[in-house]
Design a protein around this ligand. Structure first.
Ligand code: CAA
Length: 381
């Protein structure tokens, strides 16, 4: 776990090469113009990066989350937006791998894993973010179909995705009354509202998704009618590892940029890294990156070993996203006035980092998950 295997190093090299070839050339322009390019996602798929942990039988690489973390870190060093694209496209895959029927898997997994189809995850609503179990979208059975109504907010890939996993209420209030549905992007009654104008992560589209009498066949229900909340929570456990890995990549990119700049920039005839104020700042940044990576890799390793990992994934998400925020902010500081301009990418890293503390469960929600784990642990002791 402390050193990557030769296979993982090769995977990292492949992810780095694909990201430099396909993502880097327009990373700055895509951030400035809030542009998401599906052809870049497809190119990452062709490079084998869009279905790392999905079983080989269903078109993926059949590798573990540690391998997946390595890949996401490399993509994120070039563009956190496209790392998030790969990570979110992974949510329907993990859900179908765990809970889907063979027919559902056959229809979507090979295409999602190849980057031929783009996936999305629709849980949040205008009035239910952290309190996900209070969601209001409905799915009412009508013969062989369910009729879906409601509004989903903050949906990554909204309007671009070929398939959405939509959580909607099939029964009474609370987590037990929620089902999860596969909704194809061209389903009549599915439309798209406001595209958010964001501070960062601007090449990753975040869009309102509207369901108005959208009919989906009953065969598109994932698991049972009351399994939607569990399905979403379990997918988010995995997703939090991927958000952690993306944050590690973002933080590493900021450290690399700041370290190189501090060795090249001279003031008072001295490389600025030799001023203790700057050198110690870089040292603290390096400590945070290493700590974050270790915890993300531990969460991924626990998952790969099929050991309990939910609380460690929450810790990894918290630590890695906080590290990304602080390391990218310090990178801007090391660059001084230049860091605050568009001339260098560190200001983009800083803007991208902020949302990582919010998505896939705010860091306050992660602490709820960790504290509940501690209560079970010490309460039972
Ligand atoms: N895995 C499996 N089941 C789980 C689970 C998990 N990790 N966590 C909870 N459950 C189950 C519980 O066991 C319980 O079932 P039982 O009653 O049968 O035991 C049921 O789900 C309800 O659990 P809780 O009582 O713990 O639920 P809660 O309402 O108190 O919520 C919460 C807990 C942790 C706060 C949860 O609501 C949560 O994670 N909220 C944040 C939601 C979130 O991350 N949203 C981000 C959406 S994605 C995004 O950002 C955008 C995008 O495009 C990707």
């Amino acid at each position: 776990m402390f050193v990557l295997s030769d296979e993982q190093k090769a995977l990292a090299d492949a992810a780095r090469a694909a990201s430099l070839a396909h993502v880097a050339p327009t990373a700055r322009e895509d951030d400035e113009r809030e542009l998401f390019r599906k052809d870049i996602f497809r190119a990452l798929g062709e490079a084998g990066l869009c279905g790392v942990p999905t079983p080989e039988a269903w078109g993926g690489l059949g590798l573990g989350y540690l391998d997946y973390a390595v890949v996401l870190e490399e993509i994120a060093k070039v563009s956190a937006s496209y790392a998030v694209t790969v990570a979110v496209n992974g949510l329907p895959q993990v859900i179908l791998s765990q809970l889907g029927t063979d027919a559902q898997r056959a229809e979507w997994l090979p295409r999602l894993a190849a980057g031929e189809a783009l996936g999305a995850f629709a849980l949040s609503e205008p009035s239910s973010g952290s309190d996900a179990a209070s969601l209001r979208a409905t799915a009412v059975r009508d013969g062989d179909h369910y009729v879906l109504n409601g509004t989903k907010f903050w949906i990554t890939h909204g309007g671009y995705a070929d398939v959405y996993v939509v959580m909607a209420r099939t029964g009474g209030p609370g987590p037990k009354g929620i089902g999860a549905f596969l909704v194809a992007g061209d389903t009549p009654g599915l439309s798209f509202g406001k595209k958010e104008e964001k501070m960062g992560m601007r090449a990753s589209p975040t869009v309102e998704v509207v369901l108005e009498n959208a009919r989906v066949h009953a065969s598109q229900l994932i698991g049972g009618e009351s399994e939607g909340f569990r399905c979403a929570m379990s997918a988010l456990d995995s997703g939090r590892i991927t958000i952690g890995a993306t944050s590690v990549g973002l933080a590493q990119a900021a450290l690399d940029a700041a370290g190189a700049y501090a060795c090249q920039r001279k003031q008072f005839d001295t490389q600025i890294i030799d001023f203790q104020g700057v050198g110690f700042m870089l040292a603290d940044m390096a400590c945070r990156v290493e700590t974050a990576r270790l915890l993300v890799h531990k969460a991924a390793w626990l998952r790969d070993q099929k050991l309990p990992y939910s609380h460690v994934a929450a810790m990894a998400k918290c630590v890695a996203t906080d590290a990304a925020m602080s390391v990218t902010t310090d990178a801007v500081q090391v660059f001084g006035g230049y860091g605050y301009t568009r001339e260098y990418p560190v200001e983009r890293y800083m803007r991208d980092a902020k949302v990582m503390q919010i998505v896939e469960g705010t860091n306050q929600v992660q602490r709820v998950v960790i504290a509940r784990h501690l209560k079970r642990h010490y309460g039972e002791a």
